[in-house]
Design a protein around this ligand. Structure first.
Ligand code: 4FV
Length: 248
């Protein structure tokens, strides 16, 4: 069972996300537990203040250390001490989230996800209470709530008994480092475009070869940066077109 505690100043953002689709199924089947906490519950002043102006001046506000550290230690325990959970902060400074990291975190079994807001959080919170910073991409969001949902969604797909056919996670993008090739379903012809014959042949070996080829080609063409996007010969053993082009 995976337990996830989320710390945010906008708990309402998570409502529908937790009540729909695979996340709802995983919670109902008892393989996922998600508790969303309002950071303001750890403030001590009557204005429930969570932010303040940045030292050194400049635009925007910064999340204060006291409520954040109090919330994290209440939910995860003290860093280094009897810590009960792995504490993750989402920020552009974090390590890039990928399928491999998702698979590791899905086995946690207890995560505390810290959702920043404003310009960010006081650096001392990271030093005192955060185990890992994660980025979901090189763009700036207004908060860590969507990254938290992205991680929960990605982990949920890997939890036992959630996806109808566990087989499907094995052939997914990034499994084996390859992107998936194209998908087709009925009708066999649409606006004059037909489905590749081999996919309707019933010849499972030929279909598997076609799909492996298509996955390599898609990875080579779309994500040559991926390890498996480089120097993968296609089934005919022809070296990737790109290298040929370069060699010209
Ligand atoms: C982000 C990202 C991100 C930065 C300041 C929230 C915002 C604000 N998190 N991947 N990209 N966070 O832009 O994870 O606090």
């Amino acid at each position: 069972m995976l337990r996830v505690d989320v710390i945010t100043i906008f708990p309402g953002l998570f409502g529908p996300f937790l009540e729909e689709a695979f996340v709802e199924i995983a919670r109902r089947r008892g393989v996922l537990e998600v508790a969303v906490h309002n950071l303001r519950d750890w403030t001590v002043d009557r204005h429930r203040t969570v932010d303040d102006a940045p030292y050194g001046g400049g635009p925007g506000m910064v999340l204060k250390p006291e409520p954040l550290v109090a919330a994290i230690e209440a939910l995860a325990g003290e860093k280094g001490g009897a810590r009960r959970a792995r504490v993750i902060l989402f920020s552009p400074q974090g390590g890039r989230l990928d399928q491999h990291r998702v698979a590791t975190l899905a086995r946690a079994p207890h995560l505390v996800l810290v959702c920043g807001r404003y310009e960010g959080i006081d650096q001392r919170v990271i030093e005192i209470a955060v185990d890992e910073e994660i980025s979901i991409g090189d763009y700036v969001l207004s908060g860590g709530e969507l990254p938290a949902m992205a991680l929960i969604e990605a982990m949920t797909r890997l939890l036992p008994g959630v996806l109808g056919n566990p087989e499907s996670t094995c052939t997914e993008s990034f499994e084996g480092g390859l992107l998936e090739g194209p998908h087709y379903t009925r009708p066999a012809s649409f606006r004059g475009r037909s489905v590749p014959e081999v996919l309707r042949s019933g010849d499972h070996a030929a279909v598997a070869r076609w799909r492996a080829d298509a996955a390599r080609k898609t990875t080579r063409d779309r994500r040559p940066d991926l390890p498996s996007g480089r120097d993968t010969e296609d089934a005919a053993g022809k070296p990737p077109k790109r290298r040929e082009r370069e060699e010209q």
